[in-house]
Design a protein around this ligand. Structure first.
Ligand code: SF4
Length: 301
């Protein structure tokens, strides 16, 4: 990569992100990343449903939501894979989904979610077509969410069901939707799958959760304090200045720095000294200039 960013500080951030990406152990990270679920399939019809289902539960600890997804995907595979499962989904499948619970999502939410995807598939043929090309990814997402909510039926949405289909209009960063779009749109690179070729990787929005938001603040990609849609847009705008064609290609490495639990937003010598982002991180910078720190000999007690 040839770095030509007129903002010298941002250029330094780009160089360190490049290093972080190069030193991230992809194989080890994939073992604890929900993209492993869509990566089990080769048929694009299976992949898009697997991506939407897996990303919809990708909040909280991986160790907590992965067993739920494993049980759900076992049901799908027993019926011929995600697409066949959604196409044939009916009352005979409700009892098996009913016991599944993840935080505020209940089995009834999952039943409704499957029925919703089924209606979209019956009406439109695939999930891809309800996420059309648009001037911005926000517009693409709004169209997709509107189509899904239209297909959900008229009855009031439970909190858990609504949580499965957030919208930028609610102020949400829509991390899980942006994550699914990253998987489906970015070119195949051993992590992302690149099957939705009608959308451009250059328009993707960073999937911002607590981890990505706080690390982005520490390295100066945003000054915003919340993890909202506006913050996701601001982080993406800065990354787009580094790579206009593929601004969110650092997401996998950044998110796994957070998921690993090592980076805790305080200076820990054993973690921060070898960190690829150390030279552009305000926490490490404050430590170097004499601010307080936690010695690595006490950090894990
Ligand atoms: S230097 Fe330390 S606090 Fe900063 S991003 Fe790296 S691990 Fe996190």
């Amino acid at each position: 990569v040839t770095w030509r960013c007129p903002d010298r500080r941002l250029e330094q951030v780009g160089l360190r992100l490049e290093r972080l990406l190069a030193t991230t152990d992809r194989r080890a990270c994939l073992d604890v990343d929900p993209v492993q679920f869509p990566r089990r399939y080769t048929d694009p019809h299976d992949i898009e449903i697997a991506a939407v289902v897996a990303s919809s539960l990708a909040y909280g600890r991986v160790a907590a939501f992965r067993p739920v997804l494993e049980r759900w995907f076992a049901l799908m595979d027993a019926t011929g894979g995600p697409r066949a499962y959604v196409e044939r989904f009916g009352p005979q499948d409700h009892a098996a989904l009913a016991p599944l619970v993840y935080r505020w999502n209940r089995g009834a939410d999952f039943v409704r979610w499957m029925a919703t995807l089924q209606r979209v598939i019956q009406r439109r043929g695939s999930l891809a077509v309800v996420f059309p090309t648009a001037p911005t990814m926000g517009e693409t997402l709004r169209c997709g969410i509107a189509a899904l909510r239209d297909s959900a039926g008229a009855e009031p949405m439970s909190r858990g069901f609504r949580y499965l289909i957030p919208s930028p209009d609610d102020g949400s960063a829509c991390k899980r939707w942006n994550l699914a779009l990253r998987w489906l749109v970015r070119p195949e690179d051993g992590v992302d799958l690149g099957i939705w070729n009608h959308l451009a990787a250059s328009r993707l929005i960073m999937p911002v959760d607590t981890h990505v938001g706080r690390i982005a603040r520490m390295i100066g990609l945003t000054r915003r304090a919340d993890d909202s849609w506006k913050t996701a847009e601001e982080i993406t705008a800065n990354l787009r200045r580094l790579d206009p064609e593929d601004p969110i290609r650092f997401d996998f490495a950044l998110s796994h720095l957070g998921i690993s639990g090592d980076c805790r937003s305080v200076y820990l010598s054993g973690v921060c000294e070898p960190c690829a982002l150390r030279d552009v991180c305000v926490v490490a910078g404050n430590h170097a200039s004499g601010a307080s720190s936690i010695d690595s000999s006490t950090e894990r007690q």
